[in-house]
Design a protein around this ligand. Structure first.
Ligand SMILES: CC(=O)N[C@H]1[C@@H](OP(=O)(O)OP(=O)(O)OC[C@H]2O[C@@H](n3ccc(=O)[nH]c3=O)[C@H](O)[C@@H]2O)O[C@H](CO)[C@H](O)[C@@H]1O
Ligand SMILES: [Mn+2]
Length: 307
């Protein structure tokens, strides 16, 4: 040992430190980059994330089918102000190249903006009553979707998406989202365990979900699928909502709670990742590579009839 000069020992120690650093930073970077997502549900339905589909290939399958996609959107009261951005961004990103029929439900038909629609895309305005309770407006969507499918949409479209209006499209939303019954994972709860989901927890409500049940917490801002499957969903949720009202109970998150109960018993055939329902106030997380549709930041006191 006495032949080894101290500086040699220092150099050896330095080399070990350097190797340790390189090794550690390599693996910690790999750990950080590990953003794998689950792309299938326990009942084997796909969960659609960026990287799990080939947009060109899927379009090539669906486009020759000459499909029409209905899109319902409610703009009651001051929510008409969201229509312009919603429609303009939908024209850029939503089901581009497909026949799209927008159904705009509003109590202010004269305030519906005129937006240039691409070829093969139409818009109908359907007058609905206003209300002084936002909970009622939000919840009555199920009833109105049900009756409009009966009256009109059934004969005009193959698929349907029912969307929140206080939102914008930011990137491609195409045929990869089509399926028999399609729901979206709520962006606020995809990292949570189910005991944290805000399901309706009172057994007196028909939307009740016990603590040890539930698959995902689905967002009420998007529901889609075959017109007939969405029709049944809307009808069941509406009936249950009214049954609850008869017993003087309103589920925690109105139709969203009923939707979650319905989807627990009737599993969606396709689940969209939170890329398809983000919220502008929420910072992007590493799993979410693309934000396709996102709720804008709104001043609730300013836009809702009651707070
Ligand atoms: C991200 C997400 O999943 N959002 C859900 C959530 O919050 P939100 O806070 O996003 O609800 P919201 O105020 O956007 O209401 C839902 C929708 O109802 C319509 N509307 C509402 C009020 C009004 O005065 N006029 C009007 O037209 C409009 O289309 C709006 O987008 O909770 C609601 C139920 O409580 C719905 O389930 C929403 O889909
Ligand atoms: Mn909303």
């Amino acid at each position: 040992m006495r032949f080894i000069k101290p500086y040699v020992l220092l150099v050896i120690a330095g080399i070990f430190l350097l190797l340790g650093y390189v090794y550690f930073s390599f693996f910690s970077e790999r750990l950080n980059r590990c953003t794998d997502v689950v792309a299938v549900t326990p009942w084997l339905a796909p969960i659609v994330w960026e990287g799990t589909f080939d947009a060109v290939l899927i379009d090539n399958i669906y486009k020759p089918m000459n499909l029409t996609v209905a899109t319902t959107v409610f703009a009651v009261g001051k929510y008409v102000r969201f229509l312009q951005d919603f429609l303009e961004t939908a024209e850029k990103h939503f089901m581009v190249g497909f026949h799209v029929r927008y159904y705009v439900f509003t109590d202010r038909p004269h305030d519906v903006p005129s937006v240039n629609l691409s070829q093969g895309r139409h818009l109908s305005v359907i007058q609905v009553p206003g209300s002084n309770r936002w909970q009622e407006i939000s919840a009555r969507r199920m009833e109105i979707i049900q009756t409009t499918i009966e009256r009109q949409i059934r004969g005009e479209a193959d698929y349907i998406f029912c969307l929140d209006v206080d939102s914008k499209f930011h990137a491609h939303w195409g045929s990869e989202s089509l399926g028999r019954l399609v729901a979206v994972i709520h962006p606020g709860y995809y990292e949570q365990t189910r005991d944290r989901f805000p399901y309706e927890r009172r057994p007196a409500s028909t939307a009740y979900i016990p603590m040890d049940e539930g698959d995902y917490y689905y967002g009420g801002a998007m529901i889609g699928g075959f017109v007939e499957d969405v029709y049944t969903l809307a009808k069941v949720c509406r009936t249950r909502f009214e049954e609850d009202a008869g017993n003087s109970i309103e589920a925690a998150w109105q139709e969203e709670s009923h939707l979650n109960r319905y989807l627990l018993d009737n599993k969606p055939s396709k689940v969209l990742s939170p890329e398809y329902l983000w919220q502008d106030f929420k910072a992007k997380t590493k799993e979410v590579k693309v934000i396709r549709f996102s709720g804008v930041i709104k001043n609730y006191a300013d836009v809702r009839p009651n707070v």
